[in-house]
Design a protein around this ligand. Structure first.
Ligand SMILES: *Cc1c(COP(=O)(O)O)cnc(C)c1O
Length: 363
């Protein structure tokens, strides 16, 4: 079972053969083999990856990552709460869109996609705006920018604001302790750095923060408290049909993360991939969109070549024929393409990719 091509796209991404094979059995959602041995273990492992603290719990939620974000926002923001949304890319903007659709009391602090969130402005806004919550994306997958997690967490603490982190494309690939950062809700999904297949997201949250959501959800299927309550008190049962095969694959992916040496080992591999990529691309004449100190070990945006002969579609097809799928750009005011380096991708693959790019670059 050979991979037809390597996905250098941060979700879905390239998974191991053993993760794919874990989906070859059917599972009963009522049986302990599934609920106790798979679901409950996953929930415990996720919390253990996030923090040694006992104050946290986890909830798995059907749907793509956005469904989990929507579940948190629609459940955690009470009528008298007020949320500050930090927006410097498509995923920050998506948080703001969810707030609009759900009619949540919120304000958006927007920055350019190539600009790091301005900490002084955030501090000033928090000091004057009577906010109860702040939501930010950790790794903005739009550009590949790593937002200032520690600094923003510190500001939230100083202003006694509850911190919601979209760590979709970073959790499992970048080491962090959610309790040390005093994060209330961390959101991620199966098909990013844990290297599972798409189908559900997960939320790691303070136990007390989940309890606070009780009776507040704006949606039945995305009710975070209700989902947590059922999983917690019915031994890992999901309220509605759970993506059993995907969950089994995720359990396998978590085992493989541990075998690799945990989050720090995975972070080291991703970092090595990304540095090799950046260095090699520079040698091939490509320029990264962001300065190096803003890069994440997850995904990198490169300016499209300016030669009139360059055409993304043709470049993409040529690379695909050579075994690599890359991502189009997502930045509004710069012509870019993106290359992700997470998933079952190793430095040897990046070296092969760079030779393929040298070949495909025929304009
Ligand atoms: C992938 C991703 C999401 C979720 O996207 P879905 O398409 O709903 O899975 C949210 N935020 C960030 C930062 C992401 O990278």
């Amino acid at each position: 079972m050979m991979n037809h091509y390597l996905l250098l796209t941060p979700g879905p991404l390239t998974t191991s053969e053993s993760v794919k094979k874990a989906m070859l059995k059917d599972w009963c959602t009522w049986d302990d083999d599934y609920n106790l041995d798979v679901v409950q273990k996953i929930r415990q492992t996720l919390v253990a990856l996030a923090t040694p603290s006992n104050d946290y719990s986890s909830v798995l939620m059907q749907g793509s990552g956005t469904a989990s974000v929507e579940s948190v926002l629609g459940s955690a923001i009470l009528p008298d709460d007020k949320l500050l949304v930090i927006n410097n890319g498509a995923y920050g903007k998506r948080i703001a869109e969810i707030c609009q659709v759900l009619r949540l009391n919120h304000e958006v602090l927007s920055f350019k996609e190539t600009q790091a969130p301005d900490l002084a402005l955030i501090a000033d806004t928090l000091a004057h705006g009577q906010f109860s919550h702040l939501a930010m994306v950790h790794c903005e997958t739009t550009t590949g920018m790593l937002n200032p997690l520690e600094q923003v967490a510190k500001l939230c603490n100083q202003h006694q604001v509850r911190f919601i982190l979209d760590a979709m494309s970073s959790f499992g690939g970048i080491d962090m302790d959610v309790a040390a950062l005093n994060i209330e809700f961390l959101i991620s999904s199966a098909n990013k750095c844990i290297q599972g297949v798409p189908g559900f997201g997960f939320v790691i949250a303070k136990q007390a923060a989940i309890t606070r959501c009780k009776g507040n959800a704006k949606s039945l299927s995305l009710d975070l408290y209700d989902q947590w309550h059922t999983m917690e008190h019915a031994n890992g049962k999901w309220r509605f049909t759970s993506p059993t095969h995907v969950v089994r694959a995720f359990a396998q992916a978590l085992m493989e993360l541990e075998e690799e040496g945990g989050v720090s080992a995975r972070q080291a591999r991703y970092t090595q991939n990304q540095q090799l990529l950046c260095h090699g691309m520079q040698e091939l004449g490509f320029k990264a969109l962001l300065p190096t100190d803003m890069h994440s070990p997850i995904i990198t945006s490169f300016y499209s070549p300016t030669e009139p002969e360059y055409d993304f579609k043709r470049f993409y097809q040529a690379l695909k024929a050579l075994g690599f799928v890359i991502y189009p750009g997502k930045v509004s005011d710069a012509d870019c393409f993106r290359i992700g380096n997470i998933g079952e991708v190793y430095p040897e693959d990046i070296a092969r990719l760079l030779s393929a790019i040298a070949q495909a670059k025929y304009w």
